[in-house]
Write a protein that binds this ligand. Structure first.
Ligand code: SF4
Length: 349
């Protein structure tokens, strides 16, 4: 059935919503709907699987139950509650957004006004405005892009997701059910997440199969065609410096860095520290399209280390208790746990 026909669009909307009613997951931000819970869930679930985000969401709500509590919280505590989710600018933006809303005394009511707040792009603004204010605006996230590309068998090659969103957004908008904006948008995203999956689309069980051109063509799994950004390889030196049972950590200050405000093992050259020591480990991590190899050298602190640590406010000594409290980047917390025993073995005492 061609989606260019208005009658078929009506059939499509009904098939989608009927299906959604049967599979709708009782997610905590759906069973108890508030603007705050929707905003937190939307930011948390960007770049993070729902199943991974769920325990974080529950913990977040216990500690920061509303915009006021979040606005007034210590920024390190906010980061600590995001630790492990990655893309930490989302946590910083969420707090800045809460502060703006508290200062204003109310939250925006339209997608256009939501986009003026930190961390809110067109996709998140559309989700909030369609769910809470019944604004007839389609959400265009990765799931919706995939569904629209396949429904229309769009075989163009897109530079990236943003470009694909611009090109396929009008399709999503034309399919939007103006009577049930929020439910329709959630259903489209759920369809992409549960059925129209990236590598293995479940076409046989798909509620909108009759409308799908890619399924008839037999090339659904190949769409959308997104060009891959080229990965870059980098090497970084780190030092694991210990003194009296504490380990030296560096707070990342770089503005605009995803990791701003988190703690990691120091990069010696940045700080005027020596890079000497025995190689403790070589670890790999990915940040966006960067593939980074980090070489970690161990040593007991010498007088030069103590002097640098005292003079540089981005450096802190952390014992086991403080390590638990500080917000660390996910890889560095994992590596510190993983190599603690080996580091103790290198300690000469
Ligand atoms: S039929 Fe297949 S490709 Fe088409 S929307 Fe459904 S799951 Fe996606």
């Amino acid at each position: 059935m061609q989606l260019s026909q208005p009658a078929n669009i009506l059939r499509f909307r009904k098939a989608l919503l009927d299906w959604f009613e049967t599979v709708r997951r009782p997610l905590p931000w759906r069973t108890e709907r508030t603007v705050y819970r929707t905003v937190v869930s939307e930011l948390m679930c960007q770049q993070t699987q729902i199943d991974t985000a769920l325990p974080y969401f529950e913990r977040w709500m216990r500690r920061f139950p509303g915009f006021e509590a979040l606005a007034a919280a210590d920024p390190d505590t906010v980061l600590k509650h995001w630790e492990g989710l990655g893309y930490y600018s989302r946590a910083r933006n969420l707090q800045r957004l809460a502060q703006a809303i508290v200062a204003e005394g109310d939250h925006p009511k339209s997608a256009k006004d939501w986009q003026k707040l930190p961390g809110i792009g067109p996709y998140t603004a559309a989700a909030i405005a369609s769910i809470h204010h019944a604004e007839p605006i389609a959400v265009v996230d990765g799931n919706v892009i995939r569904v629209c590309a396949r429904l229309t068998a769009d075989e163009r090659s897109f530079k990236n997701g943003t470009e694909a969103g611009k090109q396929l957004g009008p399709i999503a908008q034309s399919l939007l059910n103006p009577e049930q904006t929020g439910a329709h948008n959630e259903a489209m995203m759920e369809l992409g997440a549960l059925v129209c999956r990236k590598a293995n689309p479940g076409c046989l069980l798909c509620p909108v199969r009759d409308f799908c051109e890619a399924e008839s063509n037999g090339n659904a799994a190949e769409l959308p065609r997104l060009q891959r950004a080229k990965a870059t390889e980098e090497s970084v030196e780190r030092v694991w410096v210990e003194a009296e049972g504490s380990i030296l950590l560096q707070r990342i200050a770089a503005k605009g860095s995803q990791l701003q405000g988190l703690y990691e093992l120091p990069m010696p050259r940045e700080l005027g520290l020596s890079a000497k020591g025995k190689i403790l480990a070589k670890e790999k991590r990915g940040i966006g399209n960067r593939r980074i190899t980090e070489s970690i050298r161990y040593r007991q602190a010498d007088s030069a280390d103590l002097k640098v640590a005292e003079a540089d406010s981005s450096l802190v000594w952390a014992d086991a208790e403080k390590l638990k409290q500080l917000p660390l980047s996910g890889p560095h917390r994992k590596w510190i746990q993983k190599h603690s025993a080996a580091a103790a073995g290198l300690n000469p005492k």
